[in-house]
Design a protein around this ligand. Structure first.
Ligand code: ARG
Length: 482
């Protein structure tokens, strides 16, 4: 690694093992477009304050375009460089000579790296928001098309009460809605332009930071150089949002893995999304769902890693921070891929109404509604709870269900029982009685589907605005007629 931009003070050649140990190019080369975009904008900024004359600016822009092309064609030996910033500066120098030597004036890799990471996070947020919105769209499609399917809801993994399948799916829609809100918020807190901070004290040149902010499409200027170079809160925020997404996905996956077992058979996962066993010929395993559940550990681990990386770190830039890229890129990659594949898997899920209906017949899912029935007739809830508990006990012992009980038998338990109880034990009545806005009654669920659709539509529009708030290399270089 001969191309060190910091040679001068260090006379000796660094040990080869040190070169290898300190170099981050293998990871941060994927940030090349952000580094080039930031550098192009910075060159324009230096031109504005007279550090780089017009002719040299043109050369720089031409040079950056060539570096971009060379990186994309794979014609640069990246192993020669310590990091992406050194690569861009040195390769630029090779193409345009001395003009390239001015590009780092009043800039440090400390503010440069924060810029690259912020630009990366803004794009990553847009990508993940768009994938979550697509997933939410698929959830709504199921909720709408399967509105009449009733499933048992479970608490403690024990049958609890009947609910609409749509209501179940909307419960995850809601979680992803909160995730989207978080991601939009993360975009705002990340959106402050860091250039001008330089190493830690602020640039010694009167940079036009407003111009840089506009070229790089930031909402506002970041304001304290010492904070800027050590700030990685936007990375923690991003990974926290990713972790929540993965938590939500992994519990949805867990449900679906259970519903897909032959014991449940509520759903069938399309063969496109299953794998076989190398030894057991009959197997059709839900590996995609299991892998998402597994990958959630990586993302949540990344959140811990990013926080531990920062814990107790002295102010401003410390080289520890170099490790944040591995963490950030990994968390993004796993989250983005998981949301995308899950969304596709969902499109092809089939529901087995026969198995679901059979499951509704056992487990006394209507017990709470019968207690509510007695309360509506005049009984206190605690007594009603006790009465129905005793009836359940009796039915379990006799191996019968509520429906098998005669009116006289019921009257023995409570005088409040009347002939209309038979309608009450119908599973549909259990659904239609949950009319509270957050409940599973069909009309409420339909309202929630409608408001979900509106929310997604608004979010797509909001996302379109965010896309406008990210810089494009091609647009920046058009600023200069190179
Ligand atoms: N590769 C470094 C990183 O990712 C860039 C900043 C290096 N700054 C320094 N002062 N050594 O953090």
């Amino acid at each position: 690694m001969g191309n060190k931009i910091w040679k001068g003070r260090i006379e000796k050649n660094t040990d080869k093992t040190v070169d290898k140990f300190t170099c981050s190019i293998d990871v941060d080369k994927s940030l090349y477009l952000y580094d080039l975009t930031g550098t192009a904008a910075y060159a324009i900024g230096l031109n504005k304050i007279g550090i780089i004359p017009d002719d040299e600016l043109k050369k720089i822009i031409y040079g950056l375009k060539t570096v971009k092309k060379n990186i994309e064609e794979g014609s640069i030996d990246t192993s020669l460089y310590e990091d992406i910033h050194s690569l861009v500066e040195s390769e630029l120098g090779k193409i345009i000579g001395d003009a390239g030597m001015k590009i780092h004036t009043g800039r440090s890799r400390n503010d440069q790296v924060v810029l690259d990471e912020k630009l990366f996070v803004k794009d990553a947020l847009i990508d993940i928001i768009s994938k979550i919105l697509a997933l939410q769209g698929n959830i709504l499609k199921i909720a709408e098309s399967k509105i009449d399917i009733i499933i048992p809801a479970y608490t403690h993994m024990q049958k609890a009460q009947p609910v609409l399948l749509s209501h179940y799916f909307l419960s995850f829609f809601k979680k992803f809605e909160r995730d989207t809100d978080n991601l939009f918020f993360n975009f705002e807190t990340c959106d402050y332009m860091p250039l001008g901070a330089a190493a830690c004290a602020g640039s010694g040149y009167k940079l036009d930071r407003k111009l840089l902010k506009e070229l790089l499409e930031f909402k506002d200027l970041d304001s304290n150089s010492m904070d800027i170079v050590g700030n990685r809160d936007f990375i923690i925020d991003f990974i926290y949002s990713c972790s929540k997404i993965m938590l939500h996905l992994s519990s949805l996956c867990e449900d679906l893995i259970i519903y897909n077992t032959s014991e449940f058979s509520f759903i069938e996962i399309d063969e496109d999304f299953c794998t076989g066993s190398s030894i057991m010929p009959q197997k059709k395993n839900p590996d995609v769902l299991e892998l998402i559940r597994g990958k959630s550990s990586l993302v949540i681990g990344s959140l811990m890693q990013s926080m531990i990386l920062l814990k107790g770190l002295p102010s401003t830039y410390n080289r520890d921070l170099q490790e944040d890229k591995k963490i950030l890129l990994g968390a993004y990659k796993e989250t983005s891929a998981s949301v995308e594949i899950f969304s596709k898997l969902l499109e092809k899920i089939k529901f087995n109404s026969i198995k679901i209906n059979n499951a509704l017949k056992e487990g006394f899912l209507e017990a709470t509604d019968i207690a509510d029935y007695l309360v509506k007739k005049g009984e206190s809830f605690r007594k009603a709870h006790n009465i129905v508990g005793k009836i359940v006990r009796f039915c379990i012992d006799k191996k019968i269900s509520f429906k098998d009980l005669e009116m006289e038998e019921l009257k023995n338990y409570s005088p409040y029982f009347e002939s209309d109880i038979h309608d009450m034990v119908e599973i549909h009545s259990c659904i239609s009685s949950k009319k509270v806005e957050c409940g599973t009654e069909k009309g409420q669920v339909i309202l929630n589907i409608e408001s979900g659709k509106k929310k997604i539509k608004d979010s797509w529009n909001k996302l379109k605005d965010l896309i406008k708030r990210t810089p494009k290399f091609e647009k920046i270089i058009k600023y200069i007629d190179a």
